[in-house]
Design a protein around this ligand. Sequence first.
Ligand code: GDD
Ligand code: MN
Length: 391
Amino acid sequence: MDKRTNASKKAAMAEGNTLQLAVVLPTYNERKNIATMVERITAALQGVEWEVVIVDDNSPDGTSDEARQLALTNPHVRVIQRIGRRGLASAAIEGMCSTAAPIVAVMDADHQHDPALLPQMLAALESGEYDLAYASRFAEGSSTEEWGRPDRVKASGFANKIANKVTGVELSDPMSGYFMLPAETLRADAHRLSGVGFKILLDILATVERPLKVKEFPMNFAARAEGESKLDQTVVFEFLIGLYDKWLGRIIPTRFALFGTVGAMGVAVQLGALWFIQGAILRSHFVYGHWPKEINFIAANSIAAIIAMTFNFVLNNELTYSDKRLRGFGPLVRGWAQFALTCSLGLLTNIGSSTALVRIGFHEVAAAVIGIILGSVWNFALSSKFVWGKY
Ligand code: GDD
Ligand code: MN
């Protein structure tokens, strides 16, 4: 083992502390990977006092049970099982805040990150020369060949470039999921991290005020051992959300911005549906011949509104509240009905407030816009609490 690590370990022990390092493993469906991960970490960290914190989002494959099984016989292993929540970044933050170890690391649990780098990273931090150590897939001497995903290599390179531009961070791989830093640095700013998406390292680098001295370790980014990546379907979306969150999130909260965007799309859907249904009614002689035009319009517009509302519900469920997504027939139907109810209340707020504003002399357009904003805020507040909220 490195001399410096020994020295600072001795210093820590003199103060009566022995725990040096916590390795946080965020997991979602990694049941088959974690036992071997813990074995490899154990082998890598000979002579270091460490613990592993497995932060599992209640994986359907029973990763939490497997983690507890490991913890029963291995006191180095701790488990956090989160219920009703999803997200790599927030899992990593909670894991890092859950330990008393002075230094914390985060790495993937699927064997793509080699634990053999841990002691070198630890030595870099314990020497006091660096504020953060991380493993880069793109630094001199690294490799992504084994990964076998040229598409992802390209996408990551591109994302890294944008990230460097937006945040002013100059690293070869700010998207890396393998890094280590003093727990104190993390805790000091934990409340300001966005916790959205995958980009936890980038988030930390962009959030801390004083520039960190970073030590880069080239790594061979291996192929995943068991199971599949959770990043593929939503990677681009999450990335954009993460950037938005850092950029404008403090002015207009990310969730509200998403909710508003979905709402605006809903308006387009409603108009499109109305146009389509009206056309269909006109073409069908049967209905047109029997009912007055006004009734036709009311019927068509009501159906269009329900279609738009359903569209908004589905999109909000998939995107805005992807971390609290409702699943299964019962919850979806209940959620839809609750969403319909909150939307009706939002509509009342919208119409009510704009009418009142016109009455006290506001310009009609201004009154309508304010009505839309108030209605949306109301919709957002109610639906985040009653449809997707468990808090
Ligand atoms: N608790 C929790 N909750 N863990 C999660 C979640 C989640 O919602 N989603 C993914 N994880 C865990 C996985 O179980 C795995 O241990 C780790 O986070 C990385 O997830 P992968 O699904 O394997 O990601 P990847 O290999 O496609 O992405 C890699 O590249 C990204 C940058 O492009 C990883 O190295 C990421 O960390 C990295 O940001
Ligand atoms: Mn992976």
